[in-house]
Every structure is written in C-alpha cells, then in structure tokens.
Ligand binder design. Structure first.
Ligand code: NAD
Ligand code: IPM
Ligand code: MN
Length: 347
C-alpha cells in the first residue's frame, strides 16, 4: 500500500487539539482511499523550550527534511516564552529552510457558515510571500533603555523571491478566474514596493491572459470587506499577506475556518500545512477550538501529496458537517463534536 511519512508538530495551546482532530480525519480519509499516512509526532513547543532551552533540537531541520510533509498546529505561548523566541526558533526557520516560499490561504464561505458580510459569493486565494520581506530578521537595537534608543527592522526583497512568488500568483490566476491583485504600499515605501510593482509589470507581459491590478494594502483591506467578490488571486509580501489573511479569515467566519499551506513548489524539501490561527491561549484547554481550519489545511496536504480524491472527500465531509450547522457558530460545538461530525460524514 502506498504510504506517506508525515511529521506532526502539534505545538502549543489549541494547536495540540486541532492537530489531533485533523490527524484523525486525514488517516480515515487515507484508509478510505487506499493509502496510509504514517505520523511521527515531535513535541517541539514552548514547553519543549522550557525543558531544553531550544524550540527544536539543533538537527530539527535535518530531521524534518526526510518527511513527505509536515502538519503543524500552532506555535506560541507568550506568557512563558517571548514570541520573538518561539516563532523564530521553530515556525519561521521551517518555512525559510525548506523554501516554502508560497503561503497559500483560501478564503471562501463553507456551506452553512454565515460570515459577517452581506456578500457571500467570494472565493479569494491569498498568496503570501513566505521567506523574506518584512520577516527577514535583519536589524537591531542600539542604546537600549536610553532616550537615544533606536530600533531598525530592515525588509529585504530579492529579485529571486519577488519574481517567484509573483510568477506563482500568475500561474494560480491562470488556473482560476484569470485575475491577479498585486498588493504593495508603493505610494509610501520607495524601494521595496516600487521594485515589487516593477517586477509585476515585467511578468504581466508574459501573462497577457491574466488581468493584473495593483492595489495598496490599505485599499485592499477595505476592498476585502466591501467588494470581496471582485477578487480572485491576491499576492502580497510576507507581512501584508499575514495581515490580509487574518482579515480573510474574518470574512469567512473566523480564524477557525482559515486554512493554509506553506508550499515549496519545486519540491526540493517538504511543504508544511497549518491553520492560519495561533495557539489561542484565551480558549486553550476549553475543548472549544474549531478544528476545521486544521482539517482543511490537512486536505491541502493530501492534495499536495497527489491524493486529490482523498482531499476532496475531506472537504466534502467538512461541508457536510457545516451545512448541518455543526461548527458554524464560534463556541457552540466542542472540538470533539465537530471532529466527530466530519468523521461521520467521511464514512
Ligand atoms: P490566535 O490566532 O491564536 O487567536 C486570535 C483569536 O482567535 C483568539 O480570540 C482565539 O481564541 C481565536 N481563535 C483562533 N483560532 C481559533 C479556533 N480554531 N477556534 C476558535 N477560535 C479561535 O492569535 P494570537 O492570540 O495573536 O496569538 C496567540 C499565540 O499564537 C501567539 O504566541 C502568537 O504568536 C501565536 N501564533 C502562532 C501562529 C502559528 O503557529 N502559525 C499563528 C498566529 C499566532
Ligand atoms: C501566521 C502567523 C505567523 C506569521 C506568526 C506567528 C509568526 O501569524 O502564520 O500567520 O506571521 O507568519
Ligand atoms: Mn498570521
């Protein structure tokens, strides 16, 4: 039987619950489709940091490299470990080391889910640059604690990374409704975003069949609320994409519905699948986290592994549950109830 090796990193807070939920659905879908998922769980988290002094072992990246894919819950427990330590010690190095340069985040309403907007017919694919930009980690602080203190955070935009993410966006637009929105702030940022616009214009010449529109990030934020149906593929830098995809999550009913895939399109290293949301310390241990974002992310993993049939079955099961109102109102159903409903629909 065909088998895939999956690294499971549940992480912190609700990451643990939603990963367990997603794994139960994915393994059942695999069995139904005639292949196996072999999971290896890594306890890398803020608790692991407190025990060992590191978010993952020194050979963590080398260990993960052997897997077919990574399924991650959420990382971060800010009252115990600063986010700047936990995220830069685990999540962000995985994205960067494995050149998972395309962070794909779909935003649409699942059957039975009422978002906060009157418009319900939107289907947006946000594609976020995932390796550099505002997340480059370049900078420093001088004269700390004095009135002369200065902090510098340098965004780095390379032609390689800007070109490949925009090209990825053009290709996705071509497969969808042929529209690409490129998001910058080139009215205020003179170098990086003007450069991004220039690369967009260069590539547009290669994709005459794709309709390209440039938007400033502020205007895009408003458009996603006022006219989400006007958007198809939206490409943005690391930070802008981060912010827009929590907005995307909101218009699709909440963070419990927002899935994401960190893709290495060249397949030179494993890709990673995780919900958009974090560890949600405010609801951790209450058993009410919505696992749908994690399960949907798992469906994206199956698709990436080439198991489109099983991915479709998982999405069908999610929507069979939500169409009956299970998991559609935040806090109304337990994580276990929502998972059970998806599992039952898969049968
Ligand atoms: P968060 O996404 O964890 O939570 C924001 C709000 O959304 C909270 O009110 C939370 O209860 C709610 N929420 C999130 N997911 C939910 C779900 N599945 N079901 C129901 N409600 C849900 O964001 P935050 O509070 O800013 O971050 C908490 C921690 O998680 C921080 O350490 C942060 O850095 C980290 N974080 C990690 C990731 C990741 O690992 N990919 C993503 C975002 C935040
Ligand atoms: C996300 C998260 C992360 C990000 C944080 C936790 C570093 O918000 O995956 O959207 O900004 O990429
Ligand atoms: Mn985010």
């Amino acid at each position: 039987m065909k088998s895939y090796e999956i690294a499971l990193i549940p992480g912190d807070g609700i990451g643990v619950d939603v990963t367990e939920a997603a794994w139960s659905v994915l393994t059942k879908a695999a069995a139904g489709a005639g292949f196996a998922l072999e999971g290896t769980t890594f306890p890398w988290s803020c608790a692991f940091y407190e025990e060992t002094g590191a978010m993952m072992p020194a050979d963590g990246i080398a260990t993960l490299r052997k897997f077919d894919a990574i399924l991650l819950g959420a990382v971060g427990w800010p009252v115990r470990v600063p986010d700047s330590v936990s995220l830069h010690g685990l999540l962000l190095p995985i994205r960067k080391s494995f050149v998972q340069y395309a962070n794909i985040r779909p935003h649409r309403l699942l059957a039975g889910v009422e978002g906060p907007l009157k418009k319900t017919d939107f289907d947006i694919l946000c594609i976020r640059e995932n390796t550099e930009g505002e997340y480059s980690g370049a900078g420093g602080r001088v004269h700390q604690g004095t009135s002369d203190e200065v902090a510098v955070e340098t965004s780095i935009f390379t032609r390689t990374a800007v070109e490949r993410i925009l090209r990825f966006g053009f290709e996705q637009a071509r497969k969808r409704r042929g529209k690409l929105a490129s998001v910058t702030k080139s009215n205020a940022q003179k170098y990086s975003m003007v450069f991004w616009d220039a690369v967009t214009a260069e590539l547009a010449a290669e994709y005459p069949d794709v309709e390209v529109t440039g938007y400033h990030i502020d205007a895009m934020a408003a458009r996603m609320v006022m006219a989400p149906e006007s958007l198809d593929v939206v490409v943005a830098s690391n930070l802008f994409g981060d912010i827009l995809t929590d907005l995307g999550a909101a218009i699709q009913g909440g963070l419990g519905f927002a899935a994401s895939a960190n893709i290495n399109p060249d397949r030179t290293a494993p890709s990673m699948f995780e919900p958009v949301h974090g560890s949600a310390p405010d609801i951790a241990h209450l058993g009410i986290a919505n696992p749908i974002a994690a399960i949907w992310s798992g469906a994206m993993m199956l698709d990436h592994l080439g198991e489109a049939g099983a991915a479709k079955a998982v999405m069908g099961a999610i929507e069979a549950a939500t169409a009956r109102g299970i998991g559609t109102v935040p806090g109304q159903n337990k994580t276990s109830e929502i998972t059970a409903a998806v599992l039952a629909a898969l049968a």
